[in-house]
Every structure is written in C-alpha cells, then in structure tokens.
Write a protein that binds this ligand. Structure first.
Ligand SMILES: [Zn+2]
Length: 309
C-alpha cells in the first residue's frame, strides 16, 4: 500500500481551522444582541474578517442560531452586482422579445462598464423601469446561468429577522462552542478510524462489511491483509521535539505585527500554517514563522503554546 502518515497533519489542520474560537462566537452573539431593530443585515465576508471566523463555519453558526430560534433568514441581496460581459451586449438583447427585451435593455443602459467589470445603477433601474430589486437580480442570474455574463457574487447581504433578543450570551456561547468542538472531535476521530482500518490485522473486506452492519464475510482471500498480512503506516520524516524551539523567538514577530492579542488558538493556527481571517487581515501570512510547525500535529503544537505562553 502506498500510504504513510506524513500528511495526516495537513488533513487534521483543515478540520481544526474550521472550529470557531469562543471569542468569535461571543462577538457574533453580541453583534446580534446589540442590534436594536429586529432586522439584521449580515455581510458574511466582512463579518468573517471582523470575528476571525472562516466563512463556512460562520454560515454553520448562523444555521445553529436559526435552529435555536434566535434568527430567521428572510432574504438575501447583492449589495453590488458587478458583472463581466461574455457576449456582445446587442447579441444578448437579441435573445429576448417584447417586454423582457426592454427590461434587459434598460438594465444595460443604466450600467457602466469600467475596464473589466460593469456596475449597475440598481436604484435608477428600479425607478425608471418600475422593477423591483429581486427581478433585476433574477435577470442577471439568468444571464449568468446562460453563460452570457459572469456575475460576481461576493457582496451578498443576508437579511435575518431576530426572533428573540433575550438569549443569554454566556450560555449560548458555551453551547455553540461545545457543538463546534464536538464536531471537531468527531471529524478528527474519523481520520483515526480510517488509519485504524488501514492498519487492521483483520481481513479488510470483513472490517468494511462489519462497518456497514453485515457480518457475512470471514476471510475474503484477496485483500492486502489476507494476502500479505497487516501493514503499518510509516512516518518518513523524523521531527525534532517541539522543546527544541524557542517559543518567544518563534512568536515574537507575530505578537509584534498583530493588532490584536493572539489567543493560544490563533498562535497555534499561525504556527501550523492554518489559514484564519485575521491572518489575511493583518498580513500575518507574510511572516517567516507562518506555518513553521506545519509538520507537527496541531494538538501537540497547541499544548506547547499553552505551556509556553
Ligand atoms: Zn481479506
């Protein structure tokens, strides 16, 4: 079998990097609580940079808040709708008849093309044509689907209704954080299970069918265990112990450049080369020490950071 354990840390780092920090979750909850109106606008990209939570886990947190009855998604819209023409304007207009043709013409008429991107004056189109925002967005999405234009979707605004403001920030933070941690533990365990499977001394077909709840196979006679016996996955690189690194030296640049106080989690992510929004925001990825311990297991680095800070 052509496998070894060298890249397990890389796999694990994807998982660890997706767990939001407690401070980030608390920040999200305060942001909701401090919003005095019941309508909440969320710009995922900038909120992600502000809270230091990656986009995907941030979306997951919002889903949890929805399940907890705190938020309800109402609709989303694009704040800006930059797009690129992939076909001549006139050719696109030529694809439509009657009212729809006039509508598309109006959209193009009130759009300005810079070097590459075209921007709409959406208010103007709404006013002149009497169309609502949603119809304009749908039209552009349709053109994008057809491959006639390319729509840039980064500036989405998600509008939520806050169903209750009376939630307890501490309790909710704890509960969301524990859920995220539980998910992390589960995913990491899955990697370990996969390794255990490859290193099993039982027939692999038998292991697999047991996993799926069937207990029919005894020995298949043709898997690697049946033909060659148990394998042991090797680590090909020998790493010096972490105690050989000087914590102060390794993190000095990070602490100097960061415009915030890095938590042990942030320090660990930085040293393991795991991307986090503050890393981009404060240009920490340019530092030589970013990812300097990326070959080490995340958990060992984290323990080392906590011991030495
Ligand atoms: Zn077998």
């Amino acid at each position: 079998m052509l496998a070894n354990k060298d890249n397990i840390s890389v796999l694990e780092n994807f998982i660890y990097g997706d767990t939001p920090e407690e401070t980030g979750i608390r920040g999200l909850l305060s942001f909701i609580k401090d919003n005095t109106s019941s309508s909440l606008e969320i710009r995922l990209y900038s909120l992600s940079l502000e809270l230091n939570i990656r986009m995907l886990p941030l979306k997951t947190l919002l889903v949890y808040l929805e399940m907890n009855g705190i938020l309800e998604p109402v609709y989303s819209y694009f704040e800006e709708l930059p797009f690129k023409y992939l076909m001549e304007k006139e050719t696109i207009i030529g694809e439509f008849d009657d009212e729809r043709k006039k509508f598309i013409q109006c959209i193009f008429q009130y759009s300005k093309t810079a070097k590459i991107w075209t921007r709409l004056d959406i208010e103007r189109i709404m006013e002149t044509y009497g169309a609502d925002r949603i119809r304009i967005i749908r039209a552009l999405e349709y053109l994008d689907e057809k491959g006639w234009i390319e729509l840039e979707r980064h500036h989405t605004v998600e509008v939520y209704e806050i169903l209750r403001h009376d939630f307890d920030i501490n309790d909710t933070t704890n509960s969301l954080y524990n859920t995220a941690k539980g998910k992390e533990t589960f995913e990491i365990k899955r990697i370990q299970q996969m390794l255990d499977f490859f290193e099993s001394d039982n027939c692999l077909s038998r292991e697999l069918s047991n996993y799926f709840g069937e207990h029919t196979v005894q020995k298949c006679g043709h898997c690697s265990v049946c033909t060659h016996g148990k394998v042991e996955l090797q680590s090909t690189v020998e790493l010096p112990p972490l105690s050989e690194f000087n914590f102060k030296k390794t993190t000095a640049n990070l602490f100097e450049k960061a415009d915030f106080t890095p938590t042990p989690t942030t320090v660990t992510r930085f040293l393991c080369g795991v991307n986090f929004p503050f890393g981009s925001k404060f240009k920490l990825k340019e530092l030589a020490e970013f990812g300097i311990l990326k070959k080490y297991p995340y958990r060992s680095v984290n323990e080392w950071v906590i011991r030495n800070r």
